[in-house]
Design a protein around this ligand. Structure first.
Ligand SMILES: Cc1cc2nc3c(=O)[nH]c(=O)nc-3n(C[C@H](O)[C@H](O)[C@H](O)COP(=O)(O)O)c2cc1C
Length: 213
């Protein structure tokens, strides 16, 4: 079935996108307000976009409270810094607590019984229970209509010690992170324990084996 987006009522394309473009990694974004209140919320419109400079992107939608930004975006605009923590199986339920639309004065990490640890280079803390925390400064804000794409320059990354295979070579034991991704609907997630390996093919091997190898 073809869905022509120009014929869809406003916003309906969102449903088709979020229920097909899966699994999506989840950025658990920690920010701090000018008043010093710590905020955390998950965002699955998230990915890495450049290696050099190291840029990631998080897309924040309109606030469900009406006009005005979600607390995450308001804090990023005010402070210009944020921490992206990644979500493991063991932190999935706490992440879900922080997705609740709590008022700006509420410390969502405290509500979810999570531990805030000072970051190395930025003002917002990181979540101790998260196996990876990425300290960022705002690189660019791109207005997209219903969403604002926050492009962040990565300043530093914390990886839980037992998930580092070789610190000098920057090799990470990715499966050990046990990260989850967002699937369809409002409550479905995918684990990253069911994997398959597909080896890359050099042009020479492709040419040698094509047609019979
Ligand atoms: C797994 C998950 C992924 C989400 N992804 C997004 C997203 O990509 N963009 C967005 O605006 N909201 C997303 N949300 C909803 C926000 O987390 C939610 O609106 C939150 O209350 C925002 O918090 P804040 O006002 O403290 O920034 C997601 C929620 C969940 C549970």
């Amino acid at each position: 079935m073809l869905f022509d987006f120009s014929q869809l009522p406003p916003g309906e394309g969102y449903k088709l996108m979020v229920n097909t473009i899966v699994p999506r990694p989840i950025a658990w974004v920690v920010t701090k307000s000018e008043q010093g209140v710590v905020n955390a919320a998950p965002f699955s419109f998230f990915n890495a976009f450049s290696g050099h400079p190291p840029i990631l992107g998080v897309s924040v939608g309109d606030s469900p409270r009406g006009p005005g930004d979600k607390d995450t975006l308001a804090n990023i605009k005010a402070i210009g810094q944020f921490v992206v923590c990644l979500v493991s199986e063991s932190t999935a339920h706490a992440m879900n607590v922080t997705a609740t639309d709590m008022p700006p004065e509420v410390d969502e990490l405290a509500e979810a019984n999570l531990t805030a640890v000072p970051s190395a280079l930025v003002k917002p803390p990181r979540i101790a229970e998260s196996p990876v925390a990425i300290e960022c400064e705002t690189f660019q804000l791109v207005e997209l209509g219903s969403n604002t794409l926050v492009l962040g320059k990565v300043l530093a990354m914390h990886v839980r010690d037992d998930c580092v295979l070789n610190a000098e070579k920057h090799y990470i034991d990715t499966p050990k992170l046990e990260l989850i991704g967002r699937m369809h609907g409002r409550g479905w997630y995918a684990k990253t324990t069911d994997r398959l390996e597909i080896r890359r093919i050099s042009l020479a091997d492709w040419a040698a084996n094509k047609g019979g190898g």
